[in-house]
Each structure stands twice: as C-alpha cells, then as structure tokens.
Design a protein around this ligand. Structure first.
Ligand code: FAD
Length: 385
C-alpha cells in the first residue's frame, strides 16, 4: 500500500515540501499518496507584497491558485485545519473531517498578534497580507512628506530583513521625488539585524546612513496612538506609520496537545532534523518552528527545512542513506534600496549541545542581485500558474 504523506499549509513550506516530494517520488517510481490541505484558494508569494505596495507588481503577479498543484500529482484540499491528534496520526479539518497520515509535514506559518499592544491594530499600515499591501500602496501615494516610522514591536518577527528593505527602498524613492521625509526604523534590537550577526548588521547600518534612514532602539512598545508611538520611557511622533506584526502560534497548533514550545509563540521542532520532539513522523517545517529549531523566521529557512524533511522521508521510504545530511548553508536575496542584497548563513549543528550555531555574512550588494531576486520569485509563482 502506498504511504500517505499529509502536508498542512499551502505557503512556502507546504509548496516546497509537496512539490519536492512529488518530483522525487516520480523520478524513482515511488508510489506515494501526497495530500496538501490549506485554507486559502491562492498560494501567495509574500516577499513580493512589497512590490505590490510600491507599485512594481500587480496582485495577480504574486499569487496563483493552489489547486494548480494537482498538476504535480498532489491532491489539494481547500479546508481549514482545526487540530492535530498525533497519538492517533490524524488531522481534523472544518469540512472534510479527519485525515490520516504515515508522515505529516506541518507548515502553517504564524498568526499575527495585532491586538497584543493597545492601538497597534487600529493605527498605521502594513505589508503582511496582500490586502494590507494594496492599502499601504494607496496610502503612500497620498503621503506628502514628514515623519515615516517603521515600527518593529518585538523580535523575532516574520522576515527580519523586511523593515530595512522597506525603509531603504522608500527613502531612496522619496529622495528621487524630492519629497521631504525622515524615515526611521524603531526596533527593540540594539542594532539593525543584530540577530544575524555583526557583518550583516554593519552592511545595513552603512546602507541606512547612506540613504538617510535613522535607527532607534526602543525599550519595549507600550501603545500606539494617532500620530504617536509610546515606548517604555520615550514617545515618538509619526505622520505615516508602517507596522510589523508580533507573531503568535497558529490556532490549530495552539489547539493541539504537544504543539506549544516553552516560548508560547512557537511550536517545537528538533534543531537537528526539524522533527517533532515526541513524534518522529511529524516534521515541523513552518515559520512557527524556526526559533525552537535555532533558525530565523523567514521563508529561506522554511524552504530548507521542507527540503530536508523531504530528503529524510524519501530516504526512510527507500532505505537510502541520508545523502544531504544536516542543513548547512542558506542564501537569502533581498532588496537593498534600489540595489539587491544577498546574505549567506552557515548553520552547523553541534551534536554535543543539540543546537545550531548561526554564522551569517554579506555575500553581495549589487543591482544584479535585485534582478536575481525578481527572476527567482517570479519563476516560483509561474511554476504554480
Ligand atoms: C512582506 C513580507 C516580505 C517577506 N520577505 C521575505 C524574504 O525576502 N525572504 C524570506 O526568506 N522570507 C520573506 N518573508 C517571510 C516568508 O514569506 C515566510 O517566512 C514564509 O512564507 C513562511 O512559510 P510558511 O510555510 O510557514 O507560511 P506561509 O508561507 O505563510 O504559508 C502558510 C499556509 O498555511 C495556510 N494555513 C494557515 N492556517 C491554516 C489552517 N488553520 N488550515 C489550513 N491552512 C492554513 C495558509 O493559507 C498558507 O497557505 C516575507 C514575508 C512578508 C510578509
């Protein structure tokens, strides 16, 4: 009987995992029953939301119907996952009932905790949903200058680089249009992108200085008001606010026993192989599990975790040697004002400590990287069209 692989989520981890499994199984003639359950009709490619907000992509260029994944031999169910019952290897959904599995790949992202701080849900704009990007874009076209604040309430947050990509792109664009704007990033980190180490942080500090973006390290967000952000011990004024959401555990994981890590915002995963600590057949590859696995909260680590989960499943099913070994390096490309940024992280896993050590450095800051990012991301979306 063919093995059942169930994948939860049709975003980065779900897409990468399902497609890699289907392609590898097809190549070696392995019979697998691959099912992907996701609540939204569309796969949306979030790194391109900024392009929607800043006017360089249309909404339809950044998304594709997830049902199109069926062309790869994957069964796609559009339904809401409500709970996981790991002891009985079952997943509960809103309409389809319960689904069983031999292996489970979980990639359900994070939920946005907008009401964690008073006023954060009410004031300002964001780029963390497609609708949000469209509204942000419209509001920016009416902005006539003044103080533009990019607010990071807490870390880690979805895509650590995004606030700096947005701030530097906007500052360069305002300067070109001779609009008088002071762009400031407010973050609890001591330095920009401190979590990725001194080399990457210095690269971004220099870029921000060059394009006139200020960085203010705050001591904790207390409240957002109209025109004002209240931090512990200080207040700052703004004319236009772009905000980053705090993260919380996705509902189906919050409702399931054994899916909350010691920091309740995240779901557990073993740093070594991304498996659930208590269930070897469950792979926790979504953003919800990156901090417990020792990785940043972004699509690139999710991509690597999903690839590695697939390698392990295929090797177990075929009796093969684990060829890829532990995930070692990953390269991220992003915007760097009007240029592009590429950074690499090495992720050696230490058997003695059971942890990964993140060593990151700048690989390139060049216009060609911007083109590479655009080409890679547009090809991604095209593969589901
Ligand atoms: C503006 C922006 C810019 C970004 N830029 C970058 C970048 O340059 N580089 C980078 O590496 N990362 C970037 N990211 C982050 C990256 O997009 C995410 O880290 C990544 O998509 C997380 O993958 P995931 O599979 O965990 O979640 P997602 O890709 O968000 O997918 C989650 C999926 O789960 C589904 N789902 C959720 N709940 C349920 C449920 N109850 N039932 C069924 N389905 C459910 C959703 O519909 C969705 O399909 C960016 C994010 C944003 C918002």
């Amino acid at each position: 009987m063919s093995k059942k692989i169930l994948i939860l989520g049709g975003g980065t981890g779900g897409f990468v995992g399902a497609k890699a499994l289907a392609e590898k199984a097809h190549k070696i003639g392995q019979d697998l029953e691959i099912t992907l359950v996701t609540k939204d009709q569309y796969h949306e490619f979030q790194p391109l939301y900024a392009d929607v907000a800043f006017g360089t992509a249309s909404p339809d260029e950044v998304r594709a119907p997830i049902k199109n994944m069926e062309k790869y031999g994957i069964k796609v169910i559009i339904d809401k996952v409500t709970k996981i019952d790991p002891a009985n290897r079952k997943v509960m959904t809103s309409k389809t009932g319960s689904l069983s599995y031999d292996y489970l790949i979980v990639s359900l992202a994070v939920d946005y905790h907008w009401d964690k701080y008073p006023g954060l849900d009410k004031y300002g704009y964001h780029n963390y949903t497609l609708n949000g990007a469209i509204k942000l874009g419209k509001a920016l076209t009416k902005f006539k200058g003044g103080k533009l604040a990019v607010l990071v309430p807490e870390t880690p947050h979805r895509c650590g680089m995004y606030p700096y990509e947005a701030a530097t792109q906007l500052a360069e664009s305002f300067a070109k249009r001779a609009l008088s704007v002071q762009v400031t990033v407010y973050s609890p980190e001591p330095r920009p992108l401190n979590g990725l180490g001194p080399d990457i942080s210095k690269t971004w500090q220099k870029k921000m200085e060059d394009v006139g973006v200020k960085f203010v390290s705050h001591k904790g967000l207390e409240e957002v008001k109209e025109g004002k952000i209240v931090f512990r011990g200080s207040e700052e004024e703004y004319d236009f606010l772009i905000k980053v959401p705090p993260s919380k555990l996705p509902e189906p994981l919050a409702n399931s026993p054994g899916f909350r890590a010691s920091d309740p915002r995240w779901a557990p995963a073993r740093p070594k192989d991304f498996r659930h600590p208590d269930y070897d057949e469950i792979f926790m590859v979504g953003e919800h599990s990156m901090p417990p696995a020792g990785l940043p909260t972004a699509g690139i680590p999710v991509h690597f975790a999903a690839d590695y989960a697939v390698e392990q499943i295929m090797n177990e099913l075929t009796g093969g040697y684990p060829i890829m070994g532990y995930v070692k390096t990953m390269t991220c490309v992003g915007y760097f004002g009007t240029k592009g940024f590429a950074g690499t992280c090495e992720l050696p896993y230490d058997e003695r400590t059971g942890k990964r050590r993140l060593v990151c450095y700048t690989t390139s800051t060049s216009p060609i990287i911007r083109l590479m990012k655009e080409a890679f991301y547009k090809a991604w979306v095209a593969s589901i069209k």
